[in-house]
Ligand binder design. Structure first.
Ligand code: ZN
Length: 306
């Protein structure tokens, strides 16, 4: 590896919500704690996320919505659709998460590989949030990098079990961002948006069907990826068979093969790759945090191979 693996984190990634809430907020601190204890962590560099600004967030979202997020003025209806309680730590988290994904994208462009220990709030669309997503961190990061001409083209490969509908909507009229989503057709959102390429698999697909589909998808998008400066991967672990929400029924080994297949593909293309965390649902924080931490183990392995 030419440079240490950069990772991005901030304590603000974890907001304060009731511990019995159905969103496993405690996983962000727990993933950071687990990753910090990995033997490979000494060879990585942990960067502090800098919160995105209102101006940056307004490139991906309605500026009025961003202002209301920043001032805790969302309507009860908006809060209900998001599904997270309205409190300052939740809104601060969404700016930190966007800034963290932005920094991770920049670091990936500099070193080839990077990851943020949060992000992947892919259901938030131009006009507002939904599905546990207040603002779309990847949407904000790529919009900003295109606007400041750091990037000319990017590809978002969304492997979370849920379709990346908000990301698809944000970049629907942006030819410089290719949105690709591999998800479970039977999972939320029940009305799918239109990505540049969608592949919705049936519930219960399992490892071999999934990996075959992924392999075909990567072949299909190789030409588009070659034309891009950066690949952003939403590496949600909710395709796992034990996930409380996901229905794709992947084993632990299936998830590992998914990641290695994608990381090898990016390396073969010599394209910078940035990982954001995405979804993963279990009432046991230690279980879901370990499942996410293993994605970063695999990212380090891939980055170590150059
Ligand atoms: Zn998900």
């Amino acid at each position: 590896m030419s440079a240490p693996l950069p990772l991005v984190y901030a304590s603000a990634y974890q907001a304060s919500i009731p511990s019995d809430h159905r969103f496993p907020m405690g996983k962000y601190g727990a993933v950071h704690a687990l990753v910090s204890q990995r033997p490979w962590f000494a060879k990585s560099v942990l960067h502090q996320a800098i919160p995105a600004t209102v101006q940056q967030a307004s490139l991906a979202h309605d500026p009025d919505y961003v202002q209301r997020v920043a001032h805790g003025q969302l309507t009860p209806g908006e809060v209900r659709v998001i599904g997270l309680p309205q409190n300052p730590t939740v809104w601060e988290r969404s700016f930190a998460s966007a800034g963290g994904s932005l920094l991770a994208c920049r670091l990936a462009l500099q070193t080839g590989w990077a990851g943020s220990l949060a992000g992947g709030s892919h259901h938030a669309g131009p006009r507002g949030g939904r599905g546990f997503c207040v603002m779309n961190d990847v949407g904000i990061a790529l919009s900003w990098l295109l606007a400041d001409e750091t990037l000319s083209r990017a590809l978002v490969l969304d492997l979370d079990v849920h379709q990346g509908d908000g990301t698809a909507e944000i970049f629907a009229n942006e030819p410089r961002v290719e949105t690709v989503s591999l998800h479970c057709e039977d999972n939320f959102p029940f009305r799918k948006a239109r990505s540049d390429l969608d592949l919705g698999l049936p519930a219960g697909t399992g490892d071999s069907g999934y990996l075959q589909a992924l392999n075909g998808l990567l072949t299909d998008i190789t030409g588009r990826a070659r034309a891009c400066d950066l690949i952003v991967v939403n590496a949600g672990v909710d395709p796992h068979a034990d996930d409380r929400l996901g229905q794709l029924a992947l084993s632990e080994d299936g998830l590992a093969q998914r990641d290695l297949m994608v990381f090898d593909w990016a390396r073969d293309l010599a394209k910078p790759l940035c990982v954001v965390m995405g979804g993963g649902y279990d009432h046991r924080i230690d279980v879901i945090a370990e499942r996410h931490a293993r994605v970063y183990d695999r990212l380090f392995q891939a980055a170590s191979r150059g």
